[in-house]
Write a protein that binds this ligand. Structure first.
Ligand SMILES: Nc1ncnc2c1ncn2[C@@H]1O[C@H](COP(=O)(O)OP(=O)(O)O)[C@@H](O)[C@H]1O
Ligand SMILES: [Mg+2]
Length: 279
């Protein structure tokens, strides 16, 4: 049994951090998310893998209280995301798909701004921001304008914004799309450190097979608003019946489609061309 399978078995014997029950979201005639149910355990790293348009962002937005489900329910730490939204917000961190830092401010200023938004007491703000910069190894760039940052540094700063209030679970929407492999590894190093230090659960979406394969304890294969499969990476591969199956084989096996067919990768890359958007 590989280490991740073991870890996820442990997690699944523990308490849930996220519970989604028949979550559905309709936009006029489009059913973006269609009857989705799943549970994520405390301390687990859980992925939603699917092409552009699969419903990943819409699912995340319902879980983080930004979108009201058309039907179904969801709970974070046992709290209802609709009727207990305010307290849910205090337990979660969110790193959106699009850029959420201000390029005309420094790293320090961006974090101070968010510390205020997240209601971190005035007396603790500076110290919290300093600690976060140090944790992300961004203390050397604290006075630099963020528009001079690389994509990886921006992503780390966005993660910093999302963790200052010590959330129990962090939601990351395509956290490394558009990043080079070195920056991607660096971002994940910090996320895993966070998980291991504080037991923070990690929910992330991705259209990248490799990222899901490497990072997720368990994952959902999402396609056209529905869950095509949900299991550990090893089990999803094994279910294809192919020896040495890749996650891509599993995706095709469960959806009958190629991941690349559904997504418009150029769009995604364009969305994260950081220099241009912040310049
Ligand atoms: N606000 C909206 N209004 C109408 N349709 C939407 C809206 N948001 C998303 N959709 C549609 O819902 C589907 C799922 O979108 P989304 O959740 O963004 O997918 P993903 O994040 O997997 O790319 C797509 O068909 C998208 O066009
Ligand atoms: Mg999306």
């Amino acid at each position: 049994m590989d280490e991740r399978t073991f870890a996820s078995d442990m997690v699944m014997n523990g308490e849930p951090i996220i519970q989604a029950e028949h979550l559905t979201k309709k936009f006029k005639d489009v059913t973006a998310v269609d009857d989705v149910s799943f549970t994520v355990g405390k301390g687990e790293t859980f992925a939603f893998l699917g092409p552009n348009g699969a419903g990943k962002t819409t699912t995340i937005k319902m879980l983080i209280t930004l979108l009201k489900p058309t039907s179904g329910r969801a709970f974070i730490d046992g709290l209802d995301v609709v009727s207990q939204a305010t307290i849910v917000r205090s337990r979660i961190g969110y790193v959106p798909q699009l850029i959420s830092v201000d390029g005309s401010l420094t790293a320090f200023e961006n974090l101070m701004l968010m510390a205020r938004l997240y209601d971190i007491p005035h007396a603790e703000r500076r110290q919290t921001v300093e600690r976060t910069l140090a944790f992300l190894r961004l203390d050397g760039q604290r006075r630099a304008l963020v528009k001079s940052f690389s994509g990886g540094m921006i992503r780390k700063l966005e993660i910093g914004q999302a963790i200052m209030h010590r959330p129990h679970v962090i939601f990351l929407d395509e956290p490394t799309s558009g990043l080079d492999p070195v920056a991607r590894r660096d971002v994940w190093k910090h996320l895993l450190e966070l998980r291991d230090a504080f037991g923070t659960s990690i929910f992330f979406s991705t259209h990248d097979m490799e990222e899901a394969d490497e990072m997720a304890h368990r994952l959902v294969i999402m396609n056209r608003g529905t869950i095509a499969a949900m299991d550990t990476v090893a089990n999803l591969k094994a279910k294809t019946g192919k020896s040495s199956a890749s996650l891509e084989d599993a995706f095709i096996f469960f959806t009958g489609e190629n991941l690349a067919d559904g997504g418009n990768f150029r769009d995604i890359r364009r969305a994260r061309q950081t220099a241009r958007r912040l310049g």
